[in-house]
Write a protein that binds this ligand. Structure first.
Ligand code: UT7
Length: 334
């Protein structure tokens, strides 16, 4: 029987822009306050990509470059780049193509994948399957979003939540039993009405009316999304852990999508994972959509050890949600 190929994460890269939009600054823009934002969401500041002509690929490309340099590979060795995003530079070409060009990955095929806040997990599962097939040896999955491009800074219910950033992982064939081991991914189109962008697509192309109605921004019915997210994210993560015969004690790290600290706490509780094993950077970056999970891996990379069980979990627009079990494949490098 042919040996099963597993897909290991072998490097992590990340990038956040310099500008920090603090709760204090938001207080000058909308009717809100630092205390409300911190207690209801956990966010203290978020990064914003400023400057003319800057787009999501300007977040994704430095994240990918960071990873290429850390792993010490030639960009020409990369087989594929998948960019998970809801804020592509433009409808087409794919932002992944633009990133490939910016990092010099001339031999890679590249495409975008859209699954809102679950994008990175859907992309990771897709990229891992490419490696497991034996056909590709170096696949990069980058989650990148310039959420500030679709955020209405006069809407206090959304503008406090989102930020810009990107994180990336490299997948390579690895030792058996290490890498992306299992995924439990879900979609339910009935949830679309609670979280979407109304115009700009083929349904409602941009027009003076769509602009006047502010339909090119994130629309979210926060409490409805919260209700589904708080049970949905915990359910898939719990199921995943159970079907792999693990318990909370076996989990080294919970790596949750960073949408709301209260949703993260509920997931950790349900899984029996204590706070000190939960990656939390929502206070510094807010919700960067596809960027949240790989940015956690980037921030915590130096603390991750070979053999650690990581549960990655997300919930977002669509609805889409899911959880992925990863056995970390390398010890920290100095
Ligand atoms: O990543 C994609 C998935 N998205 C999510 O998972 C987000 C899920 N939803 C949430 O995280 C929360 O619903 C929000 C953070 C968006 C909102 O928090 P909430 O506790 O659900 O607040 P709410 O919308 O029920 O509003 C409570 C009150 C309202 O005032 P009244 O009607 O009680 O007088 C709001 O008008 O808080 C008010 N409010 C604010 N007050 C100060 C809403 N936004 C703000 C604000 N500052 N920024």
């Amino acid at each position: 029987m042919a040996q099963k190929i597993s897909a290991a994460i072998t490097a992590v890269g990340g990038y956040v822009p310099e500008y920090r939009l603090t709760n204090k600054e938001l207080e000058t823009m909308v009717d809100t306050n630092d205390e409300w934002i911190k207690s209801r969401t956990g966010v203290e500041e978020r990064r914003i990509l400023k400057g003319e002509g800057k787009a999501t690929s300007d977040l994704g490309a430095p994240a990918v470059m960071d990873l290429i340099q850390k792993r010490g590979i030639d960009p020409l060795e990369i087989d594929c780049i998948i960019c998970c995003t809801v804020t592509p530079d433009m409808f087409f070409p794919a932002t992944a193509n633009i990133i490939s060009e910016k990092v010099g990955a001339k031999n890679a095929f590249s495409f975008d994948l859209g699954a809102a806040c679950s994008g990175f997990l859907f992309g990771l599962t897709t990229g891992a399957a490419f490696v497991e097939s034996g056909r590709y040896k170096k696949v990069i999955v980058v989650g990148a979003d310039k959420m500030s491009a679709i955020t209405d800074y006069s809407d206090r219910t959304t503008c406090i939540l989102f930020g810009d950033g990107a994180g990336a992982v490299l997948l390579e064939p690895g030792e058996d039993g290490f890498g992306v081991l299992d995924s439990n991914l879900k979609s339910d189109g009935t949830g679309g009405k609670y979280l979407h962008m109304k115009a700009g697509g083929s349904l409602r192309p941009a027009s003076p009316e769509t602009l006047a109605a502010k339909e090119h921004f994130i629309f979210q019915e926060g409490p409805s999304v919260f209700k589904f997210a708080v049970t949905g994210m915990a359910d898939v993560a719990y199921e995943l852990v159970k079907r792999n015969n693990l318990t909370g004690d076996d989990i080294a790290w919970l790596v949750p999508h960073q949408a709301n600290k209260r949703i993260i706490d509920a997931t950790a509780n349900r899984m029996g994972v204590p706070t000190e094993k939960v990656m939390l950077n929502i206070m510094r970056y807010g919700n960067t959509t596809s960027g949240t999970i790989p940015l956690c891996l980037w921030d915590w990379e130096k603390q991750l050890k070979k053999g650690d069980n990581l549960v990655l979990a997300a919930f977002g627009g669509g609805f889409t949600w899911g959880a992925t079990l990863v056995k970390w494949a390398y010890d920290p490098k100095n």
